[in-house]
Design a protein around this ligand. Structure first.
Ligand code: 6GU
Length: 231
């Protein structure tokens, strides 16, 4: 999968070299390219923002550097025929495991990391006439920009790409894969600071263990995320 990231803070993406994603990049499974939006500016101050038409607080990102940077990415002969432009924004659709799975099927993702009060709307409107554009939000809170949100999405998507995770079973038995929260996990020692591992897990009875784990999932979900439970 090819991943392009457009940002005024390329340093945020140094962490892509670390951990599982870093390995995926080294092995060629993921090809990430970070583009500094300011490289497409022409003035001395490398200006990327301006005051909003209609007034109001904050600054809006100017369309021209976005247009030129995204044009160049689309014109790159190594780009795919059918990339998708992801615009991280608190005004987007909610990012979920289901969205992550959809994106893991894509050949190329382009992340447009806005700062300030967002990017001039015409950037999305223009590129929507050429490629798929998808504004996506991590959740109902506000970040200063799309960089951290993009990193979260790249990690969630990256680990779903075939060949990424050592043990594919660990992908199925985790929170949200079956619509429930994950069951609690334990390892050795069997007793620690007076706390014992639930005896069923030491019983060797796989049926009993599976039912206990499912019960735990239901209990946890009911306590913490009742919105996830069906009626
Ligand atoms: Cl994707 N972007 C920003 N700036 N804030 C957010 C978000 C995204 N998701 C939740 N808050």
């Amino acid at each position: 999968m090819r991943i392009d990231i457009v940002t005024i803070f390329p340093e945020f993406f140094g962490t892509l070299d670390v951990s599982l994603l870093g390995k995926a990049r080294q092995s060629g499974l993921i090809d990430t390219r970070v583009h500094d939006l300011r490289d497409a500016t022409t003035d001395k101050h490398r200006t990327v923002d301006d005051t909003p038409y209609g007034g109001g607080a904050g600054m809006v990102m100017k369309p021209e550097p976005w247009g030129d940077t995204l044009d160049a990415i689309l014109a790159d002969p190594d780009s795919s025929k059918n990339p998708i432009l992801i615009v991280p924004s608190p005004a987007g659709e909610q990012f979920t495991q289901a969205v992550a799975k959809e994106l893991a099927e894509e050949e190329q993702l382009i992340f447009a990391c806005g700062r300030y009060e967002g990017i001039d709307q015409r950037v999305s409107d223009h590129f929507a006439t050429r490629i798929r554009v998808r504004p996506i939000s991590l959740g109902d809170y506000v970040l200063n920009g799309g960089e951290v949100a993009s990193l979260a999405m790249i990690e969630a998507v990256g680990r779903l790409i075939p060949g990424m995770v050592g043990n594919p079973e660990s992908l199925v038995e985790e929170s949200h894969e079956d619509g429930l929260l994950e069951y609690p996990s334990y390892t050795k020692p069997a007793e620690w600071r007076g706390l014992e591992v639930p005896p069923v897990l030491l019983s060797g009875n796989h049926g009993a263990i599976a039912s206990w784990r499912h019960e735990q999932q239901l209990e946890r979900t009911k306590a913490v995320r009742p919105d996830l439970l069906p009626e």
